[in-house]
Design a protein around this ligand. Structure first.
Ligand code: V47
Length: 360
């Protein structure tokens, strides 16, 4: 890109004009600080110095999986030697303890367990919701919805309606990986396709419900694939407006079958956060999920467009199986104090971004 072209691109971002695939790719050619400044200006315009987090509990009730994603270290049918499937009572006990510890949200993501049964999935949400009606149940990735559709011959509409009847409030953004069909086939052939993932979220939004969207990056994909992923989400968001947050997940490389990856540098990760903020002009929140970015880089990402750090989590099983330092979550006081030390204002939010407490 010539200097003149760079200037034109920067001016276009400053005018808040929507960028194309080519322009999105060209953003990576800007230097880190220029890109950071552009993303930070947008973030400040929307949220000032506020940095959002929630008090949540991640729950992964089974690791027995019918699908075979190369990047996964969590599935017991891959390299993890300890298969488990929790009973509803165990799940309820975890939810009850989380509520006692102040959690406002339980984030439930399971593997695709062919032996568990539909009632095992839906009954768990029902049981938790009945016992704790005030606890927000964020559950079922689009990949799980697709698995139940395949396994039990239900339409997507039927699965989504069952989720609502059983007490699911919102959907997490997992299972999106990378939408490019060729990369997706290599990463996780047989799992929900890109079109299906988008269709499931569209149907969920059409029910007046909200969800998040992830992107797994830093493995075999190119920068162009990331921009393509963002644009497919932006297009759906234009139609539905149902996405709350975009979450770039940094690929963790231990204990799995995905080899030969270009491990992304801190610079590449920060550029990707900043570019998400610029490209996704219609998705309100960019989440620097500290679990995969590492807490220190997530704190820096606040200056590169990210306005949300996810939450305290309490226990994390999927990414920690692949090497992330997140198994035990994060202490609330420590989290707040770290955000404060960066000069940002920690704001506890609920799952749908209503502000609950501002820590001045
Ligand atoms: O979809 C699996 C990812 C996701 C690895 O909606 C890995 O607020 C990195 O979706 N390295 C599940 N990532 C987690 C998820 C999520 C997390 C936080 C917040 C939200 C939200 C959603 O975990 C999967 C997959 O892309 N994953 N293996 C790995 N080796």
């Amino acid at each position: 890109m010539t200097e003149l072209q760079k200037e034109a691109l920067i001016e276009k971002v400053k005018r808040r004009e929507r960028l194309s695939q080519e322009e999105g790719e060209a953003l990576y050619d800007l230097d880190l600080y220029t890109l950071g400044d552009l993303a930070d200006a947008i973030r400040k315009e929307k949220y000032g110095t506020k940095s959002y987090f929630n008090i949540n509990r991640h729950l992964n009730p089974t690791n027995v999986c019918a699908d075979v994603c190369k990047f996964c270290a969590y599935s017991a049918t891959r390299k993890n030697p300890n298969p488990y499937t929790m009973s509803h009572e165990e799940m309820l006990e975890i939810a009850t303890n989380a509520v006692k510890n102040g959690a406002k949200e339980i984030h439930i993501v399971s593997a695709h367990n062919p032996d568990a049964g539909l009632e095992w999935y839906m009954g768990s949400f029902k049981k938790i919701k009945e016992a704790h009606p005030q606890l927000h149940v964020k559950a079922m990735t689009a990949a799980e919805v697709d698995f139940l559709h395949r396994e039990y011959g239900l339409s997507y509409d039927e699965v989504l309606d069952l989720m609502i009847e059983s007490g699911v409030d919102s959907m997490p953004g997992g299972g999106a990986e990378i939408f490019d069909e060729e990369v997706r086939e290599y990463l996780c052939k047989g799992k929900v396709t890109s079109d299906q993932w988008l269709q499931i979220h569209q149907k969920w939004h059409e029910r007046g419900r909200e969800s998040n969207a992830t992107m797994l990056f830093g493995h075999v994909e190119t920068r162009a694939h990331r921009i393509d992923h963002m644009i497919r989400l932006r297009d759906l968001q234009d139609k539905t407006g149902g996405f709350n947050a975009f979450i770039p997940l940094v690929y963790q490389r231990e204990n799995n079958y995905l080899k030969g990856c270009n491990f992304p540098t801190g610079q590449e990760i920060l550029k990707t956060y900043a570019i998400s903020r610029i490209m996704l002009d219609n998705i309100p929140h960019i989440k620097a999920y500290w679990v995969t970015a590492s807490i220190n880089l997530a704190l820096i990402a606040q200056e590169f467009g990210a306005d949300d750090l996810d939450g305290t989590i309490e226990k994390e099983s999927i990414q920690s199986a692949a090497g992330a330092k997140s198994a035990k979550g994060m202490q609330l006081e420590e989290f707040i104090s770290m955000i404060k030390n960066t000069g940002f204002t920690p704001v506890e939010r609920d799952s749908l971004y209503k502000e609950l407490k501002v820590y001045e």
